[in-house]
Design a protein around this ligand. Structure first.
Ligand code: NAP
Length: 527
């Protein structure tokens, strides 16, 4: 499939005339072909108007039609074959096995949402039958179900060019729910975005869906993204990226005449707590696992463990020595783009400048690629950590900060001091359960996922997964952007009171014609 540098607006391809941008190969620093034309406000308006027009017909398609559409997208992505893999590699610097794995995850997500909507529980059908004889007042017949919110603006993430991008989890969840999607290409992987966007555009046509179900815009700068969020047809926003970008979109959405929800996943340091007995009995193993997790994918995961907290003493010293030794052997790697590379260098330089922080290990020196980054391990005291707010900030890349506490009380104080997180991890042995029980209520307030004796990188796409958390890890702690529950972000409940049978949507009709799981008079039942 030829990459043309055009936008996809409904069934049309449109060359943007508002500036020119090119993807840059982060390994070589070279600009890539072709040039992409940036969109204008008129292009945003055209895409959003089509999405608005598509909303009612699209949401009234059956779950089966939408499930087949999602499966067609998954198949289309696989059918792109090596062309897609090669383009992602050159735009992201990520190695082939990682991209093949991410492609499998992307298709798996689309198929998971196909299964979810076929199964039907997402509709959350609830029926309170009428009680005409109830005293002092009769109860009306009340029935409710979830309906989609409306067109969703999706901002792809730089660090997952497939799984969190044009056909990533946000798009899959929104399309499954019945929401048209207007996506904005991430400037780092424009060609990848076009290839995947064209697959979705073709699937829309093949499934005979309204053309406005999907559009893909390109922006030269922030203006297209801002106009997209502010467009009256857009009813929700999904974003993964920087805190600054996420907060700008939250502010834009809140300043609309009709404010809309923004589900922004932003920054997290994913603290790891090393409890004393675990550290004593298997500190060296934990150190190796930690370094693997912190440097995986050049540390460019939102779940990278960036802060590691233990209690000072010989076991923590030994752990630090083992972690430093493991990190020294880690090769430098190419980061996703120049901006991320620059931020990493600035973040690690800021840590180095702090007098209370000591660098205890460097990975292998940078290689000659343009965006090559060296792994780094730092250490500080809990006292310094508690009194220096910037030490708790995310450094996106292969760096971690070890924090040594005087005692358990100081470890609890560090836990309290942390801001909202996607994950928090406990390394514990049976003898540590009493401390863990005291930490758990704090960590439940701080994080969306709490792990025991593992590492936070590697997010399973499944029914129970929560990839979200309190601010600043996300802008809305009630939501997850990974897993089956991600569909909830794009739904809202509607109650139907005293509806005649002939007007009720099928899912709520007597006799349960769709054989759905429904709550009837407070009891979950099928049939
Ligand atoms: P980014 O700069 O936030 O950009 C993400 C997307 O949002 C891009 O499409 C960008 O496009 C758009 N955008 C950013 N600011 C905007 C604004 N003010 N108005 C409208 N649109 C805006 O993120 P990034 O380039 O992927 O990475 C930068 C940093 O984000 C990293 O160094 C890292 O710290 C963080 N990050 C965090 C995660 C995570 O999951 N926690 C993931 C990836 C990155 P335009 O620039 O074209 O407007």
């Amino acid at each position: 499939m030829r990459i043309t540098g055009e936008m996809l607006i409904g069934s049309r391809t449109v060359r943007g005339a508002h500036g020119t941008i090119r993807a840059v190969n982060p390994a070589t620093g070279e600009e890539m072909e072709p040039a992409f034309g940036g969109g204008s406000n008129e292009d945003v308006d055209a895409a959003c108007a089509l999405a608005g027009a598509a909303f009612d017909p699209y949401r009234s398609t059956s779950s089966e039609v939408r499930a087949k559409f999602l499966e067609a997208i998954a198949q289309g992505i696989m059918d792109l074959g090596d062309e897609l893999i090669e383009r992602v590699m050159s735009e992201s610097g990520l190695p082939c096995p990682r991209i093949e794995g991410e492609r499998a995850r992307t298709c798996g997500q689309l198929r998971l949402f196909a299964a979810i909507i076929r199964e039907g529980r997402w509709l959350n059908v609830t029926i309170d039958p009428a009680m005409p004889d109830r005293k002092p007042l009769p109860r009306p017949d009340l029935r409710s179900q979830k309906i989609p919110l409306g067109p969703v603006a999706v901002f792809g993430a730089s660090n997952f060019p497939l799984a969190f991008s044009v056909a990533g989890g946000d798009t899959a969840a929104a399309l499954a729910a019945g929401c048209p999607v207007v996506a904005k290409s991430h400037p780092s992987h424009l060609g990848t975005s076009e290839l995947v966007g064209r697959v979705i555009q073709a699937a829309v046509a093949a499934c005979a869906l309204p053309e406005g179900v999907f559009s893909l815009l390109v922006g030269d700068g922030n203006a297209v993204g801002e106009a997209l969020v502010k467009h009256p047809a857009i009813q929700a926003v999904a974003f993964t990226g920087s805190r600054r970008g996420g907060l700008a979109l939250v502010a834009a959405a809140a300043s609309r005449p009709q404010p809309i929800p923004v589900f922004a996943e932003m920054s997290s340091t994913n603290p790891v707590f090393l409890l004393p007995e675990a550290l004593t009995v298997r500190g060296a193993d934990i150190a190796t696992g930690l370094v693997e997790s912190a440097t995986l994918g050049v540390g460019q995961f939102c779940t990278k463990p960036g802060i590691v907290i233990g209690i000072e003493g010989p076991a923590f010293d030994q752990f630090s020595t083992s972690a430093a030794a493991a990190l020294k052997s880690k090769a430098a790697g190419t980061m996703l783009n120049e901006g991320i590379h620059k931020s990493y260098r600035a973040g690690t330089a800021a840590l180095s400048r702090e007098t209370s922080v000591h660098q205890i290990a460097d990975g292998q020196p940078p290689i000659t690629t343009a965006c090559s980054a060296q792994a780094m391990l730092f250490t500080t005291s809990a006292q310094a950590f508690l009194s220096t707010p910037q030490l708790a900030e995310e450094v996106f890349g292969p760096a971690a900060l070890l924090v040594s506490c005087k005692d358990e009380a100081q470890m609890f104080a560090v836990a309290e001091h942390l801001s909202g997180q996607l994950t928090a991890t406990l390394h514990l042995a049976d003898e540590d359960l009493a401390i863990a029980r005291q930490l758990l209520p704090i960590l439940e307030r701080k994080a969306g996922r709490i792990l025991v004796n593992g590492f936070p990188t590697g997010v399973e796409v499944s029914h129970a997964m929560v990839h979200g958390g309190p601010f600043p890890s996300t802008s809305d702690s009630r939501a997850t952007s990974v897993g089956a529950m991600a569909i909830e972000r794009f739904l809202r409940p509607v109650c139907y009171q005293n509806f005649p049978a002939g007007l009720l949507p099928e899912a709520m009709q007597d006799g349960n014609p769709q054989s759905l799981w429904r709550v009837v008079d407070g009891k979950l039942q099928q049939g």
